[in-house]
Design a protein around this ligand. Structure first.
Ligand code: F3S
Length: 322
């Protein structure tokens, strides 16, 4: 009997069975920090009838979650000068400490949705700022988390980079402390650490990479190695989703990045047996599951997309098309 994918499974890998398999990576979707931020956002939204409830920047890097919060009365504001009263929600990536201090000075109530795992590099940077270390922050200098962490360091002797060769810009006599943006790949941090050890007399490494990210990256690697096609669900502005897409593409060039279920194209699955689905740590798990179920239903409802087990023959071939 032809196997239908009807309910996609969350699993490490494919079962290698006949017919189509839609497999969702076990932990695909929102990490605890994002779940917490969205929950705090919805709680704060309840006050929006009595006072302004604003989020400073997107609370999480997922447009659909943001739209839901906006529909409940949360206003997303990019300019901190527009936040003068009521309640402000600080995003999961954290904000610069001077911005938070200014909100407090204005008497704005703060709902701090900064992920506890982002607070950790903030605290370490603050303590390093009191010592004579040159700070190397491995990450993206434009990312809000990185800007926030640097504000806690509070000094100009730092470098933000992904490239070991950039270490040449630091005086060879420096004592170096290395911190990581929570969402970077461990291999990038390790390369910089090893290069720094070869160049400087003292190097201290703080591995502040979040497990949630590495777990999703490892699971995406396992699935993408076996998949005929991969679908990654997550915001185009999400750093960790960008990395998942890059990893999946490295193993399976037929990797598609979508923010929303409406972007799924049935033709991606034509003749494919193993369909892998994953989602960035900023994408609620239910969105990822919805996409998996949607793909399975598409395949079920369109026989042209079905792959036949080797022991079955298409009807036209068996009986002719007359
Ligand atoms: Fe926090 Fe890690 Fe998520 S840092 S926001 S739990 S990816």
């Amino acid at each position: 009997m032809r196997e239908l994918p009807n309910s996609p499974k969350r699993a490490d890998t494919f079962q290698e069975k006949d017919g189509v398999e839609v497999v969702i990576a076990p932990n695909a979707g929102a990490c605890f920090g994002v779940v917490r931020a969205i929950k705090l956002g919805h709680q704060a939204a309840k006050r929006s009838k009595e006072e302004a409830v604003q989020a400073f920047g997107p609370l999480v890097h997922n447009p659909r979650s943001i739209q839901e919060l906006e529909s409940k009365g949360v206003e997303i504001v990019e300019d901190p000068d527009e936040i003068r009263n009521g309640t402000v929600i600080l995003r999961s990536h954290g904000v610069k400490q001077e911005v938070e201090a200014e909100f407090k000075r204005r008497g704005v109530k703060i709902v701090d949705a900064t992920c506890p795992l982002v607070k950790k590099p903030q605290r370490i940077a603050s303590s390093l700022g009191q010592k004579d270390y040159f700070l190397v922050l491995v990450g993206n200098s434009e990312h809000p988390e990185v800007k926030g962490v640097l504000s806690y360091f509070g000094r100009p002797d730092y470098l933000v980079t992904y490239q070991p060769k950039d270490l040449e810009r630091i005086p060879a006599t420096a004592k170096v402390a290395i911190l990581a943006q929570t969402t970077i790949e461990f291999k990038v941090l390790d390369e910089i650490y090893k290069s720094a050890q070869a160049r400087f007399r003292e190097v201290v490494l703080y591995n502040t990479i979040c497990d949630a990210t590495s777990v999703r990256q490892e699971e995406a690697t396992t699935l993408a190695q076996k998949a005929d096609v991969m679908v990654v669900v997550g915001g185009k502005n999400s750093s960790n989703t960008t990395k998942l897409v890059k990893i999946c593409k490295g193993y399976q060039p037929l990797t598609y990045w979508i923010e929303d279920i409406a972007e799924v194209n049935p033709q991606w699955f034509k003749g494919k047996k193993k369909i892998g689905v994953t989602g960035g740590a900023s994408t609620p798990q239910e969105y990822v599951d919805e996409v998996g179920t949607h793909i399975a239903r598409l395949i079920e409802s369109d026989p042209e997309l079905m792959v036949l087990p080797p022991n079955l023959t298409p009807l036209e071939e068996a009986y002719g098309t007359d």
